[in-house]
Design a protein around this ligand. Structure first.
Ligand code: SF4
Ligand code: SF4
Length: 257
């Protein structure tokens, strides 16, 4: 049987998810030997045209160039996996989408008018193409990537985390930082899969794996943190760091023009 053709593509982002693959020193050679790698920008300048069986796509659509590239990837790929939180939720680039316009951002950051370059409001890839699967994280977890690749090679779907960090926190019997210390932990609304890394160190979760689907849960967490004395600004600024799109939706505005 021929090897599956794998593309690891990058849009606008820090490329930290691709770097996580390169950081798999012990597994990297075995991993790449299982595929024909048709594109891996962070690892090699080699590129191969043609059909892609599995496409990992990291980053947000933040320019017209990103959008054109994403549509081309969709056309040639059987399966697209949103790889990391930029691709899934917009992450850092979209943190102020509900607070300022693209024109204001271009002026504040680059001192230029819209049209100076082909910028678009930073958006997750699902805004433009159908996404088949996702691997969350900022950056992605190495072990999760390996498990996902293993599942795909066996014709299975990678694990989906439909429950929050709190579940892993309680399995490990860590004390709750909200109820015990009134810290603004985002564990109740954030996808599990990190084994509650931050609460294990006494640190409250800041949401790097993105939110579990379901805005009702966020409404409950929002009220709980308000009751503890945090302000709307405190709560929304915390949520915006990794989940700006949810913050924009929750407050009912998305100021992207
Ligand atoms: S510390 Fe955070 S993750 Fe752990 S149970 Fe409390 S709210 Fe959930
Ligand atoms: S910020 Fe939250 S999701 Fe990210 S590693 Fe820490 S506990 Fe896990």
């Amino acid at each position: 049987m021929s090897k599956p053709r794998l593309g690891i593509f990058s849009l606008t982002g820090c490329a930290g998810d691709q770097l996580q693959i390169l950081n798999m020193e012990d597994e990297l050679l075995d991993l790449v030997s299982r595929f024909v790698i048709v594109d891996f920008q962070e690892g090699s300048s080699y590129k191969e045209p043609g059909e892609v069986d599995i496409a990992f796509v990291e980053g947000t659509v933040s320019t017209e160039h990103d959008l054109k590239k994403l549509k081309e990837i969709r056309e040639r790929s059987k399966v697209i996996i949103a790889f990391g939180n930029c691709a899934i939720d917009g992450c850092i680039q979209s943190m102020r989408n509900d607070q300022t316009t693209l024109a204001e951002k271009l002026q504040d950051v680059y001192g230029v008018e819209p049209g100076f370059f082909d910028a678009l409001p930073s958006k997750p890839i699902r805004e433009y193409v159908t996404v088949d699967l996702q691997i969350p994280g900022c950056p992605v977890e190495k072990t999760e990537v390996l498990k996902a690749v293993s599942s795909l090679l066996h014709g299975d779907l990678p694990q989906r985390y439909t429950y929050p960090v709190c579940v892993e926190c309680k399995i490990n019997e860590y004390p709750c930082l909200i109820t015990e210390e009134s810290k603004p932990c985002l564990g109740p609304i954030i996808k599990a899969g990190c084994n509650a890394r931050c609460p294990s160190l006494g640190l409250d979760c800041i949401g790097c794996r993105g939110t579990v689907e379901g805005s009702e849960t966020f409404a409950a967490e929002y009220k709980m943190l308000l009751d503890l004395g945090y302000t709307e600004v405190d709560i929304m600024n915390r949520l915006r760091v990794f989940s700006g799109e949810l913050a924009a939706g929750f407050l009912g505005g998305n100021n992207n023009e």
